[in-house]
Design a protein around this ligand. Sequence first.
Ligand code: ADP
Ligand code: MG
Ligand code: MG
Length: 210
Amino acid sequence: METLSVNKLKEMILYVADQIIESKPLLTELDSAIGDGDHGIGMEKGFLKVKEKISAMNPSENVYDVFTATGRALLMSMGGASGVMFGHFFAAGAKNAEPKTFLNPEDFIALMQKSLNTIKETGKANIGDKTMVDALEPAVQAMKMQGGTSFIDLFRSAESAAKEGAEKTKAYQAKYGRAIFLMERAIGHQDPGATSVWIIFRSLREFVEK
Ligand code: ADP
Ligand code: MG
Ligand code: MG
């Protein structure tokens, strides 16, 4: 699959939303260990709103409208720091992007690179700070290495890098968010936001493999 249409992208986002909603128990469990236990609840709330907005979206010829609508729905409904971050994940890269009727792998890499930049500028987190950046940055790097060949190869490489990055957060103390107060007691626990990033890329890969 070399390009994705507006309708395919809508289907893809709906699939991602269902997978995140299904992962609520895992995300809640992870955030209960090192945070306030609401990450699964917030993500569920956010992606229910995404499903509502994407299903009711006005017909569009621009693939970036799908990402903007997704990010806005998360930003509006999730609240908190992670609402802003996951809003940026989808919407920041679409901002001011030249309208297109089909998205290709190179477009997706550029979109994710822009989103990562905005997330880092906003939240100030870097690799090793035990946040979603620990999964997203390696995923973006892996996609750039992979290059714009096919969506399957692209999402496979992003998924495996995000998974590895999320697992590495177990070894880190937190520098942002509530886990900061745990100091070394946060060690041994995987970051919930990084886990969500992995689930998103895993879902993208599953969708194009279906
Ligand atoms: P809250 O911490 O407000 O309860 P959530 O539980 O939904 O929000 O999300 C927590 C996740 O947010 C963390 O696991 C982490 O990945 C992410 N996060 C927190 N602070 C930052 C930051 N400054 N930059 C990037 N991600 C962050
Ligand atoms: Mg929380
Ligand atoms: Mg909270």
